[in-house]
Design a protein around this ligand. Structure first.
Ligand SMILES: Cc1cc2nc3c(=O)[nH]c(=O)nc-3n(C[C@H](O)[C@H](O)[C@H](O)COP(=O)(O)OP(=O)(O)OC[C@H]3O[C@@H](n4cnc5c(N)ncnc54)[C@H](O)[C@@H]3O)c2cc1C
Ligand code: FES
Ligand code: FES
Length: 472
């Protein structure tokens, strides 16, 4: 694990640590990739983690006077999902972010982290490349702007130097009168699933003719690629079924996938054609993004975010973590180089929060960090410093069960009970966010929570009952 944890409140402090530690330091944003990489030994010799989640203003999504959209490095998937500006001017990106993991993962995972991890299956690279995005890399020596096409060197390899961090992601806003876009992901499940492949398209139209086409493919090569021949073929042509089919065949020819546990190379290749055709056809039909909910579930509750730090704090193995859990102040003298889940269970003795997978997959470890639902197994423990955390133990009021807890008891929504705290936390956040959720919204809220025994019908019923009780 790590030896030093820098909770930066200024970019300069973060850059200084990166310079000091070089290869032995990493920026940590949501931690949803990095914590796993460190725990699995993929990233070794990380002496310092530089947490940039407390630098204020980094989570902004802006449109500048040149109609260029800027995403700060702390913009999360859920920020994108809930952004009106992006829905109107960057639909492919919103569709990709809506497909990432689960609400708890989307609450912590950032676009910058997704780009920097550089997995060819990461979902936001494909739409951002189709949108013509660039990243701004900053170090103490200055800044440079790199188009995404030049950012990647291979699987999990980028041109970013150890002393640099991404400080901006920018791309031209789509012009709604003549530009259309789409993104489709093919995976083995509807949630919590890595792309078998994904396709993004951005078309600039001149009347009925395609003036310019960008077609990008994910998970079919060591990096995200343009289907260049398909793009060139469509230029100057109408989007009729014949041309769409030829473009899809050219996209398939560009794909050079591998076989792995999820899919054979042959299936990926064939489906590249199918998904490209569907993506193009939907832009013609005007059905791109039709399945995107009007008001997606975020698990932000009432949106009361807190947890700012007044100044950069450097925590080593002997510096205490000062935090507030369920309204009570705690000081932890040890536990700095573990996850928040382990800190809660081992050091705070709050064992209601469960470890199911320790990989962000099951939701048994769901807690509220600074007001929003997160997977605590993916959060470094020192992130708790100066933060407010709520666990399932904090839900009951004056010795009475919380209405959601009571409803789980009454609906027999519990069998072994291992998953129950996580479900209750997600459901509680949902009901804070929208007191009268539809069944579809309840299902969205628990996509990150797995139950291996009770089954989901009683759980959904319990959440519906709790909503009625709270509303009475
Ligand atoms: C259960 C689960 C499901 C997932 N599902 C999906 C999915 O469906 N689709 C998908 O694409 N991904 C998925 N992911 C992967 C992950 O959630 C995303 O890639 C996420 O966007 C990573 O962002 P982060 O902020 O958590 O990155 P972190 O883990 O904090 O960092 C990841 C890497 O980026 C670097 N980094 C972060 N920010 C910066 C910066 N500003 N400058 C320079 N380097 C930086 C870090 O040093 C690290 O190397 C999933 C992960 C889990 C655990
Ligand atoms: S998601 Fe954290 S333990 Fe499974
Ligand atoms: S009740 Fe046993 S895992 Fe859900």
């Amino acid at each position: 694990m790590w030896q030093k944890y820098v909770c930066a409140t200024k970019i300069e402090d973060a850059l200084q640590t990166l310079k000091e530690y070089g290869e032995n330091a990493r920026v940590v944003a949501g931690g949803t990739d990095l914590v796993l990489e460190i725990e699995n030994g993929v990233r070794k010799n990380i002496h310092a983690l530089v947490d940039v989640t407390r630098v204020s203003g980094l989570d902004q999504i802006d449109l500048d006077e040149n109609q260029v959209i800027h995403l700060g490095p702390m913009v999360t998937h859920n920020h994108c999902v809930s952004s009106k500006l992006l829905r109107e001017h960057a639909l492919p990106l919103v569709l990709a972010t809506w497909e990432v993991g689960s609400p708890q993962i989307r609450n912590r995972g950032t676009i910058a982290g997704n780009l920097a991890t550089a997995s060819p299956a990461n979902d936001t690279i494909t739409p951002l490349m189709a949108l013509g995005a660039k990243v701004t890399l900053k170090s103490l020596l200055g800044e440079r702007v790199v188009p995404l096409e030049e950012f990647y060197l291979g699987v999990r390899k980028t041109v970013m130097r150890p002393d640099e961090m991404i400080v901006d992601i920018s791309f031209p806003a789509l012009k709604r009168d003549r530009q259309r876009g789409n993104f489709i992901k093919l995976a083995l499940r509807r949630a919590q699933a890595i792309s078998l492949l994904n396709v993004a398209v951005v078309l600039t139209m001149d009347g009925d003719l395609v003036q310019e086409a960008a077609i990008t493919l994910g998970a079919v090569a060591p990096t995200i690629i343009h289907a260049s021949e398909a793009e060139a073929f469509l230029a100057g042509k109408p989007l009729n079924p014949e041309n769409i089919n030829t473009a899809a065949e050219l996209a398939m020819a560009a794909a050079k996938p591998i076989s792995d546990v999820r899919s054979s190379a042959a299936y990926r290749k064939t489906m590249t054609k199918v998904i490209t055709r569907r993506a193009l056809q939907a832009t013609v039909d005007g059905t791109a993004g039709i399945a995107l909910p009007e008001r997606p579930v975020l698990l932000w509750g009432r949106g009361e975010h807190h947890g700012n730090l007044s100044q950069t704090s450097v925590l080593d193995q002997t510096t205490a973590i000062d935090t507030v859990i369920n309204g009570k102040a705690y000081q932890f003298e040890s536990g700095q180089n573990k996850t928040l889940l382990r800190l809660l269970r081992e050091d705070a003795g709050l064992i209601g929060t469960k470890e199911g997978c320790a990989e962000g997959e099951c939701g048994a470890c769901t807690v509220f960090l600074d007001g929003i639902a997160v997977m605590s197994c993916m959060v470094p423990a020192p992130r708790a410093h100066g933060a407010k955390i709520e666990t399932v133990e904090g839900l009951s009021l004056d010795g009475n069960l919380h209405p959601v807890q009571q409803a789980f008891v009454e609906a027999n929504a519990v069998q072994c009970g291992y998953c129950t705290p996580g479900f209750i936390m997600s459901a509680t956040k949902l009901l804070e966010e929208r007191p009268t959720p539809s069944q579809e919204e309840i299902k969205q809220a628990i996509t990150g929570n797995l139950c291996r025994c009770t089954g989901y019908y009683t759980i959904v019923t319990a959440i519906e009952t709790a909503a009625q009780k709270i509303g009475e």
